[in-house]
Design a protein around this ligand. Structure first.
Ligand code: F0G
Length: 405
């Protein structure tokens, strides 16, 4: 295992108790400091002997790879989306399609590391609050590891595919009267009472696995650094994970500059984008967050301050998009590229369109949109915003008539 320490991101204290989610001294956020001395002697080429996926990058992961709990996560395609690039009006655009992970979202990258860690610690019950994807992923990895799992979901606000997954993988699915922020507060209480090992992204091991999306993008682009990487922001850990991966690549000398990290939020759930607009390092929580993109329907993002640091430190940007812009971008991505992403994931494409129109994204830029989840996760929204199936009699004439319209 690569040696590492868990530190408080705020006060720098070394954290000894592996079961806490915040600093016992200052209540600050936690982070993992990897010892990368040995990696400095390697090159990206050395890692390519192992298949692409999270575990190709085990030199950057704080768990024992020989004891991994894995369902072959990562290794998702990076599409060269030329049609989108032309419509948006940029030099180059790629879509990293995280919907092709084992449970259909990027969460599997963090969960393989998080559940491997839980197993190392001998945890009996793992748990998380979730807008859906985290719960689907944790339920799957807990099943694979043979652990009990409890997931805390905001009642009535989880997309059908995600709920079906959590139920079917055999988790105890708790439907909480409240929104995601309320469900997370309850899950955190349970973990503070040591009733479960918390695997929300406040757990510093989760973002460690999520770093791998950036390692893969760099690998797939042969280390031609894109100008900008754009992500949807909800609980705000993923953009931070991408930033942490960049700092580590810089530390080992594999890159010498960073793409501008750009975080997109839904208009009705945008504490990070608002803070960015006001040039603040901290955010004010949004009461009663609302958006069609239920995955990012979050008013009090746990890693909001880390996300803002990631954006400021890379000269990036943060912006909001409306639900209409999200659906339009979701359709565009499906219909021009054949890539069906869920609404939250389409926020990154919608953000690119908006920022290009605003002149924030330049015509000369090469951009990567991280599309975090599969469109099949939320069939109800997709059906609602599509034309209904065409009623057709069982005859060649009837079909011919429809096709000629
Ligand atoms: N995209 C999708 C599809 C997500 O499910 C999430 C978060 C995000 C983007 C935002 O990532 O929270 O790291 O900023 N989903 C969490 C969940 C909250 O419970 O599944 P983030």
């Amino acid at each position: 295992m690569v040696s590492h320490r868990v530190l408080c991101w705020d006060c720098g204290a070394v954290i000894e108790d592996p079961f806490v989610s915040v600093c016992p001294k200052c209540k600050g956020l936690l982070t993992v400091k990897m010892d990368l001395e040995k990696v400095k002697e390697k090159s990206p080429e050395d890692l390519r002997k192992t298949p692409i996926g999270v575990w190709r990058y085990s030199d950057f992961m704080p768990v024992d790879a020989s004891k991994k709990v894995s369902i072959q996560e990562g290794g998702t395609p990076l599409y060269d989306t030329k049609a989108l690039a032309e419509i948006v009006g940029v030099k180059g655009m790629h879509v990293k399609f995280e919907g092709l992970n084992p449970t259909g979202s990027f969460k599997d990258r963090g969960m393989t590391i998080g559940v491997t860690r839980a197993k190392e610690l001998g945890a009996e019950i793992v748990g998380c609050a979730s807008t859906g994807n985290t719960s689907a992923s944790l339920a799957a990895y807990a099943a694979k590891a043979g652990m009990k799992c409890a997931v805390f979901l905001p009642s009535g606000k989880v997309a059908a595919g995600k709920l079906a997954q959590a139920l079917f993988y055999g988790a105890k699915v708790l439907s909480i009267d409240g929104n995601f922020d309320d469900a997370l507060a309850l899950a955190r209480k349970m973990s503070e009472q040591k009733k479960l090992y918390l695997l929300n992204s406040i757990n510093p091991y989760r973002p460690e696995g999520q770093k791998s999306v950036l390692f893969e993008i760099m690998d797939q682009l042969n280390y031609n650094i894109p100008d900008r990487i754009v992500l949807p922001v909800g609980n705000a850990a993923n953009i931070w994970a991408v930033y942490k991966a960049l700092t580590e690549l810089e530390e080992v000398g594999w890159i010498d500059r960073m793409p501008m990290l750009t975080g997109i939020q839904a208009e009705g759930s945008a504490p990070v984008a608002r803070a960015f607009d006001e040039e603040k390092k901290d955010f004010i929580p949004v009461e009663n967050p609302e958006t069609i993109a239920t995955a990012i329907r979050i008013g009090n993002p746990v890693s909001g301050r880390k996300a803002l640091a990631a954006i400021y430190n890379t000269g990036g940007y943060s912006e909001t998009v409306s639900d209409e812009e999200i659906i339009a971008a979701q359709k565009l991505t499906a219909r021009k590229e054949g890539v069906f992403v869920e609404p939250a994931s389409a926020a990154s494409v919608a953000g690119i369109i908006k920022l290009r129109n605003m002149g924030i994204i330049d015509r000369d830029e090469t951009v990567v949109a991280i599309c975090t989840g599969n469109g099949l996760k939320d069939p109800e929204t997709a059906v609602k915003y599509s034309n209904p199936p065409i009623k057709c009699a069982n005859s060649v004439e009837a079909v011919n008539k429809i096709l000629s319209d």
